[in-house]
Write a protein that binds this ligand. Structure first.
Ligand code: GS8
Length: 220
């Protein structure tokens, strides 16, 4: 029986982009089903009844939710190509720690930059730069978070880079100036086809941020 691999996703979702990059790294073909998050489909609601969020992977009729869980699942099921998780248990635990750090911080703080004003915006911006500096410290002088190979933490973080332009423009700061090594890492990752062909144009994301501000949050 032919395999059925279906991804429920939304084009600008950094979480969904992780899954798309993981599939590109593995060279796995899948059916992409764009979701309308303002009017969720019965398929999405049935597939992720707990969180009702994308991404959702439906593999041979069985659903897997949560982007980092899905990336690890992909790595375990499609073993061809280079592994996405480090081999060594300590390195693997460390990778999970930093991916979890990205999850707990970047999206929420980044969103606060463009959703807030005045003092709150300044606080969010400061917190965001602090997070990036910590991540830059973990990267150190390595080409990737995974050392010489593009791995789990790289996949967890790189999708947010297409939102960086929005955070910088809304917050009036420069990631290149604050965290030059992290910016170099973004450029290095963009040299990979799995990343450059998957990530949307940062200007398109910025337009989307403008749309959300106006239509969803009522802020100018
Ligand atoms: C987060 C997914 C998420 O926030 C993961 O998969 O890693 N921890 C989860 N998905 C958003 C789209 S990206 O902003 C989503 O589906 N939102 C719909 C909603 O909140 O109603």
């Amino acid at each position: 029986m032919a395999e059925s691999v279906v991804l429920l996703d939304f084009w600008a979702s950094s979480f969904g982009l992780r899954v798309r990059i993981a599939f590109a790294e593995k060279g796995v073909e899948y059916q992409y089903k764009e979701q309308d998050l303002s009017n969720k489909s019965p398929l999405l609601l049935q597939s992720n009844p707990i969180h009702k969020k994308v991404p959702v992977l439906i593999h041979n009729g069985r659903t897997i939710c949560e982007s980092l869980v899905i990336v690890q699942y992909i790595d375990e099921v499609w073993t061809e190509g280079s592994p996405l998780m480090p081999k060594d248990p300590y390195q693997r635990a460390n990778a999970r720690f930093w991916a979890d750090y990205v999850d707990k911080k970047i999206y929420d703080i980044g969103s606060r930059i463009w959703k807030s004003r005045g003092e709150a915006k300044e606080t969010a911006k400061k917190e965001f730069i602090e997070c990036l500096k910590l991540l830059e410290g973990e990267l150190g002088d390595k080409p990737y978070f995974g050392g010489n190979t593009f791995e789990f933490v790289d996949i967890a973080l790189i999708p947010f880079s297409c939102w960086f332009y929005s955070y910088e423009t809304e917050g009036n700061f420069s990631i290149e100036k604050e965290c030059p090594k992290l910016k170099m890492w973004v450029k290095r990752c963009m040299e990979r086809e799995s990343v450059s062909k998957t990530l949307p144009d940062p200007h398109k994301v910025y337009d989307f941020v403008g749309f959300l501000k106006k239509n969803k949050y009522g802020i100018e």
